[in-house]
Ligand binder design. Structure first.
Ligand SMILES: N[C@@H](CCC(=O)N[C@@H](CS)C(=O)NCC(=O)O)C(=O)O
Length: 220
């Protein structure tokens, strides 16, 4: 399996990029893979002639499973879980819970978490994003307390077992890791720690930092 990832990135983006999702899932599913590293230029990946054949939007991650090309981190996680038979229950009701929480992360949390991250990144240079930050934070306040409560009662998003929904949820929550927002949710923070302590995550992040040529711990 080939996986398209970043091999260079501006410092502000270390540890935030979505290639981590695919790499973490590949490690958890014990699928062997090789990485194809792309350089993030001033226009992201948009100037990379040829990469549009892999991903029409010229974004990472993308995988190439023996000629079968797939993009979109959510689709990739579900494909890897289904292909390996790991990180997803067998029964339709259990599987639907994985879809539910993976989609919750992508459609309820990420659309508000990412603008908070960008507002902090851009600061006064983007007054529009800065002005919307309180509104985005307020919307997150509709979802995070319920997720915190859920994680006080169970170890992972769908129950006792770690699934690809946790990879997505943790990676989306990581977009807020340097803000104060998560401090109000101790069970979310304990959950994130639990998931990020998994050997597959540690291995993924170490290799990610090595690939970028940055110090260990700098993408945490
Ligand atoms: N919805 C896509 C978003 C992918 C995405 O935005 N990738 C970013 C990195 S995190 C990227 O490749 N940016 C470079 C660019 O857009 O040129 C997914 O979840 O896979």
């Amino acid at each position: 399996m080939k996986v398209y990832v970043f091999k260079s990135l501006p410092q502000a983006l270390w540890g935030y990029t979505r290639d981590i999702r695919a790499l973490w899932a590949l490690e958890e599913c014990e699928i062997s893979y090789e990485t194809i590293g792309l350089d993030c230029g001033p226009n992201g990946l948009q100037d990379l002639a040829g990469y549009g054949k892999i991903n029409p939007f010229k974004q990472v991650p993308a995988i190439d499973d023996d000629g079968y090309i797939l993009t979109e981190s959510g689709a990739i996680l579900l494909y890897l879980a289904e292909k390996s038979g790991k990180l997803i229950p067998r029964d339709p009701k259990g599987r639907a819970q994985v879809y539910r929480w993976l989609i919750t992360a992508l459609s309820n949390i990420e659309p508000f978490a990412l603008p908070v991250f960008f507002a902090d990144l851009m600061g006064d240079s983007n007054p529009h994003m800065k002005g919307l930050r309180p509104w985005n934070a307020e919307i997150l306040g509709r979802f995070l307390p319920q997720i915190d409560e859920r994680l006080a009662a169970q170890s992972f998003a769908i129950g006792d077992d770690f699934t690809v929904a946790d990879i997505m949820l943790v990676c989306v929550l990581r977009e807020l890791r340097k803000t104060q927002i998560l401090r109000a949710y101790p069970d979310i923070e304990r959950y994130r720690e639990r998931c990020e302590g998994r050997p597959a995550f540690v291995k993924t992040l170490n290799a990610y930092e090595d690939r970028l040529g940055v110090e260990r711990g700098s993408a945490r």
